[in-house]
Design a protein around this ligand. Structure first.
Ligand code: PEP
Ligand code: MG
Length: 660
């Protein structure tokens, strides 16, 4: 018995909707298959279902055979025809999988080695700070199958051994999930791996190989290679990334079969520098991050999973060393400079003394700053200066709160779009923005609408080839041309505003019409939500001042918006006509250049005259040497990376006391 339909599930049967579909299918006794383009797979395997790569608006057939076939077809077709299927769920943050940690906002190419003569390895400066400590090399050996052929009378026993190993791995993952001390992102990672371990896509393939006479370890390695290759071959970046997850699960099953423990990060000594070629999602989810003094990796860059985790936990990291990481395999002691991207292997006395001094000075400064965590800094006249955090993912909330952030002054939503490899749904965005609003209420959370351009393409949006992407179709320009994408984000923000103090700001604004057109779209979204009976609330709309045009029309813009937030990173590059990523013009890319400073002053003047809040969320906002000047100009909000918050509060407090 079978029935065909057009899939209406939003964005198709990617990870979460596929898992839900499988859960539903497993509730029926009948054998159920999903057929697309003549290819049929079991509807009870999420791995196989994901590999079918069923997209929204494609035609599929549900085929069922068994006592409850009619009910199964009815239920599964109903699911496929529901655009919201798989989206309203138990509140997982994100969709799990090893993409769960967001990429970092800025890649920081490392500086050249300092001229003190100490031999250094150069990598990518991925998380700031200095560290020195014992080396902890984490290079888990590849597992090789014995390649033994089973006799016919050994096969059943080997199948039992294999199933016991799978059960043990599942139980361990369930225990990890139950311990409940994982962050939302880490839970997503473990849950995605557990799904693969529990799914008969990988295990079914391994059992087939065992039945054909392979020993269990060789069968698991073979099955993982086949399934991972299938994931790698699909034309979908999100699914490509699942290949690593399959290998990670296969490895865990093999280790149980071999009676071996993995090279575990659980034994890492306090303050050690973790050295690895790469660190997998599973390892990372279980790593005792509080004990790790620093991280050095062959793979990865400033935008990788490990970089964002390191930054959000304040762990200095140098990544992307490539093969040079092998020089550290036998190191006893390692020193790293996460600001410059340097690694020193077995430092000599002088280098050790230098690093130790820097580590101590940093620790001393940090300790002295913690008293400022709960300080509410004010100007001499008593006006509160909001010192807020720049973040790009829910995983960074904790670091921001630990630092004493008075809300979020810049939530970079593009990371949400980049990490998922397909456009995030309205529900998923609403869930994320609501979580943020709740976490910081009553403080404001300023969410920046999608700021993406030709230099940073994302899946799901086709970008034109552009000679000058920084001067091209990006930020608010792209959003207004793609109301289908923009409205989803605005609707999600209106929904989230019910849960706290959400404010919204537009990037790359260069004319007033961009604000008025956005306002009209917001009103349209609010009307739609009202008609649909969906709870929502209004929000303050502001703009980033980061183009020279915005500075020059600031007095008129100020009449249209609730606040300004000065984006000095872009403002500097556009005022100085000096690409912020081009090292050869780095000298011109200087916020303290009088041209940039006068643009900031003009902006502040216009905002203050109109009586709106003027803030800053570019890197300059966290510079103690510049903060007094900005406050003198009338800025009342400064948003920065969590690591800079306490220092900024101290600077402002000193000003109010007359000592700054
Ligand atoms: C800026 O341009 O100053 C800013 C904060 O935005 P981004 O660095 O994300 O472009
Ligand atoms: Mg910018």
């Amino acid at each position: 018995m079978e029935r065909s339909t057009i899939v209406r599930v939003h964005e198709g049967l990617h990870a979460r909707p596929a898992t839900r579909f499988v859960k539903l299918a497993k509730g029926f006794e009948s054998d159920v298959e999903l057929v697309k383009d003549g290819k049929a797979v079991s509807a009870k395997s999420s791995v196989k279902l994901m590999l079918l790569a069923v997209k929204e608006n494609q035609e599929v057939t549900v085929r069922a055979n068994g006592a409850d076939a009619i009910e199964a077809i009815e239920a599964l077709i109903g699911y496929l025809e529901n655009p919201r299927a798989g989206l309203d769920d138990e509140g997982e943050a994100g969709e799990g999988g090893s993409e769960a940690a967001a990429p970092a906002p800025e890649a920081t190419p490392s500086a050249a080695a300092p001229a003190d003569g100490t031999p250094k390895l150069q990598g990518v400066a991925a998380s700031e700070g200095v560290a020195i400590g014992p080396a902890f090399a984490h290079f888990p050996a590849e597992i090789e199958g014995p390649g033994r052929r089973l006799r016919a009378d050994e096969i059943d026993g080997e199948l039992d051994r294999f199933r016991d190993a799978v059960a043990a791995v599942q139980a361990r993952m369930d225990r990890t999930l139950a311990e409940n001390n994982l962050s939302a992102g880490d839970r997503g990672i473990v849950a995605a791996l557990r799904d693969i371990a529990a799914d008969d896509g990988l295990t079914g393939e391994a059992e087939k190989l065992i039945r054909e006479g392979d020993d269990a370890v060789s069968a698991v390695i073979g099955a993982a290679a086949t399934i991972a290759a299938d994931f790698s071959a699909v034309d979908d970046h999100y699914l490509n990334a699942r290949a690593d997850d399959v290998h990670a699960v296969g490895r865990q099953i093999c280790l149980v079969l071999l009676g071996q423990d993995d090279v575990s990060l659980e034994t890492i000594p306090q303050g050690a520098i973790l050295i690895a070629d790469d660190i997998g999602a599973w390892d990372l989810a279980r790593a005792p991050l509080k004990r790790i003094g620093g991280v050095v990796c062959g793979h990865g860059g400033a935008t990788s999973h490990i970089a964002i985790i390191a930054r959000s936990h304040g762990i200095p990291a140098v990544l992307g060393l490539g093969d040079k990481v092998n020089e550290l395999r036998t190191a006893k002691e390692v020193a790293i400079d996460g600001n410059a991207g340097h690694v020193v292997v077995d430092p000599d006395e002088a280098a050790r003394a230098g690093f130790t001094r820097r580590v101590e000075a940093a620790a001393q400064e940090r300790a002295g700053l913690t008293v400022f965590k709960s300080v509410t800094p004010t100007r001499a006249d008593g006006t509160v200066i909001e010192v807020a955090a720049n973040i790009g993912s829910l995983e960074e909330i904790e670091a921001a709160q630990d630092a004493g952030a008075m809300g979020v002054g810049l939530f970079r939503t593009e990371l949400l779009f980049m990490r998922h490899m397909h456009l995030p749904s309205e529900d998923m965005q609403a869930e994320t923005y609501s979580a943020l609003a709740k976490a910081f209420a009553p403080h404001p959370v300023i969410v920046r609408t999608l700021d993406i351009g030709g230099d940073k393409p994302i899946a799901g949006i086709e970008f034109p080839d552009e000679e000058n992407p920084f001067l091209g179709w990006r930020g608010i320009r792209m959003c207004l041309d793609r109301p289908d994408i923009f409205k989803k984000q605005l609707r999600a923000l209106l929904r989230a505003a019910v849960h706290g103090n959400i404010k919204v700001m537009l990037p790359m604004v260069s004319e007033i019409a961009e604000v008025t057109r956005t306002r009209a779209l917001v009103a349209q979204c609010a009307d739609e939500l009202k008609a649909e009976g969906v709870p929502h609330a209004g929000f303050d709309l502001g703009v980033m001042i980061e183009t020279p045009a915005a500075v020059l029309i600031a007095p008129a813009l100020a009449k249209e918006v609730a606040f300004f937030s000065i984006g000095t990173n872009d403002l500097t590059q556009y005022i100085m006509a000096a690409d912020r990523l081009n090292p050869t013009v780095a000298k011109l890319n200087d916020v303290t250049n009088p041209a940039v400073m006068s643009a900031i002053e003009l902006t502040a003047k216009a905002g203050v005259a109109a009586g709106i809040m003027v803030g800053m969320c570019g890197e300059a906002a966290g510079r103690p040497d510049l903060i007094p000047g900005f406050i003198g100009m009338g800025l009342t909000e400064l948003s920065m990376s969590p690591a800079s918050i306490q220092r900024a509060k101290k600077t402002i407090a000193a000003m109010a006391n007359g000592s700054g």
